[in-house]
Design a protein around this ligand. Structure first.
Ligand code: ATP
Ligand code: MG
Length: 422
């Protein structure tokens, strides 16, 4: 036998028994986004490497060590997208969607980062991302957060914590940066190699370190919040008031700087303690400088991205995962006449009940093995058709989930009965 080839480390198959939960999640998100007036955009999975260098920033984990970058046959440097914002801005600029207008957009799909695979962290993972353009007030920041609140409610997810911070404008950050550098220079001996390097290139990122040995020195650092302009503070205050008005609880987290360079003002994360170390299921914020950085006119922008693997893992801990329905009917047929009649019956039912999910048994076999397959399909009902039934113009209708006895019903009444019971 030939040796089997395995999937790439950190890239998982999503198997048929898992896809119903994925579809449930994707359907709910799509529905909520539609109801808030967001339009879907679909971008390529591969972009010019330069796009990510310019938007995410050269001195970030993503660009320094996580990108899947390769030369294509023309020698261009291409990269499998590690996130969606850069491509969305690129697409928006290229297609004239951004200048002088407002947009509420969303996208979904796979992202690629060469990280150390572990629970909740993969090399191919999936996001649904939301981006808005041309809206500068805190009202849109609030809308985005309220949208996520509604989503968790509709998905039945509880115990998620909203963490918030504000990063001010780029000038405010530049001033703060100097203070931070002075502080960390005093504590140079306590820093690790990564942080020492970042002290030169991007000291704010030290606050985002995942090294627990640095927790204390990071906790003692001056906070950006203390060094913001009144305007930036006012923007943030309005958002906080809006959240209070809506009864949405939040925690201010001054260490929340987000992994990516392009954020400004509002940043937020939704965090759970039910998934271990990889607890952030949704993260986002304002990135007013990015459009200009990518060649457009200065444009306000704010958005977020959800990690679908982590949300699915969270859904698996809820009752929803156990209750997802299989098909409605599994049609069991014994005997030649029944097989011929069954094919017609299945199509008649599909005509009569357009939403009906029906598996028509293929491949023969005894009653017992057909019932086993019916059970495995998680069908709500089995419909049983033997040559006896055909002769009488009847079928057996047996509930498989909700209990109850098998009924014999007239074949012509079946569609009507199902319309009532499903
Ligand atoms: P983390 O701090 O966990 O590395 P991040 O700041 O790199 O997250 P973002 O780039 O903001 O993450 O992506 C938004 C969301 O996408 C994250 O909150 C998370 O839910 C999900 N995500 C990011 N990287 C991965 C990954 N490698 N595997 C699975 N999900 C991921
Ligand atoms: Mg990361």
């Amino acid at each position: 036998m030939a040796k089997q080839i395995q999937a790439i480390r950190g890239m998982k198959d999503i198997l048929p028994q898992q896809t119903p939960l994925w579809q449930y999640l994707e359907d709910r998100v799509r529905s909520v986004l539609g109801r808030y007036g967001y339009d879907e955009i679909r971008m390529p999975i591969v972009e010019m490497t330069e796009l990510f260098k310019r938007s995410i920033g050269e001195v970030t984990d993503i660009v320094e060590k996580e990108m899947y970058t390769f030369a294509d046959r023309n020698g261009d440097s291409l990269t499998l997208r590690p996130e969606g914002t850069a491509g969305c801005v690129r697409a928006g600029l290229e297609n004239g969607l951004i200048f002088n207008q407002t947009q509420r957009l969303w996208y979904q799909g796979p992202m690629f980062r060469h990280e150390r695979p572990q629970k909740g962290r993969y090399r191919q993972f999936h996001q649904i991302g939301v981006e808005t353009f041309g809206l500068e007030g805190p009202d849109i920041d609030l809308e985005l957060i309220l949208l996520t609140v509604r989503l968790w409610k509709e998905l039945g997810l509880e115990g998620l914590e909203l963490q918030l911070n504000t990063l001010g404008t780029s000038e405010e950050r530049a001033n703060y940066r100097e203070l931070l550098v002075s502080y960390f220079q005093v504590h140079y001996d306590e820093l690790d190699e990564d942080s020492r390097r970042r002290l030169e290139s991007n000291p704010l990122r030290i606050l985002d370190t995942k090294n627990p040995d640095l927790a204390q020195v990071v906790a003692g650092a001056p906070t950006l919040m203390e060094h913001l302009s009144e305007e930036s503070l006012a923007h943030f205050e309005v958002l906080l008031k809006g959240l209070d008005d809506a009864g949405v609880a939040y925690v201010l987290n001054p260490r929340l700087v987000r992994g990516l360079d392009y954020y400004s003002r509002t940043v937020f994360e939704w965090v759970t303690d039910q998934l271990g170390a990889q607890g952030t299921v949704c993260a986002g914020g304002r990135y007013d400088g990015l459009v200009e950085q990518l060649g457009g006119k200065p444009t306000s922008a704010v958005g977020f991205a959800m990690g679908l693997e982590r949300l699915v893992a969270l859904l698996e801990t809820t009752a929803v995962a156990q209750q997802l329905p299989g098909v409605d009917l599994y049609l069991i047929m014994m005997g030649d006449k029944a097989k011929r009649k069954g094919v017609q019956l299945a199509e008649t039912l599909r005509d009569a009940l357009p939403e009906l999910r029906l598996i028509s048994h293929c491949g023969g076999g005894g009653f017992k093995s057909q019932f086993k397959k019916a059970d495995k399909s998680r069908a709500r009902f089995a419909v049983i058709l033997g040559d006896d039934e055909v002769a009488k113009g009847e079928v057996g209708l047996k509930p498989l989930r909700d209990g109850g006895e098998q009924l014999q019903v007239k074949i012509d009444d079946l569609a009507g009965i199902l319309a009532d019971r499903l």
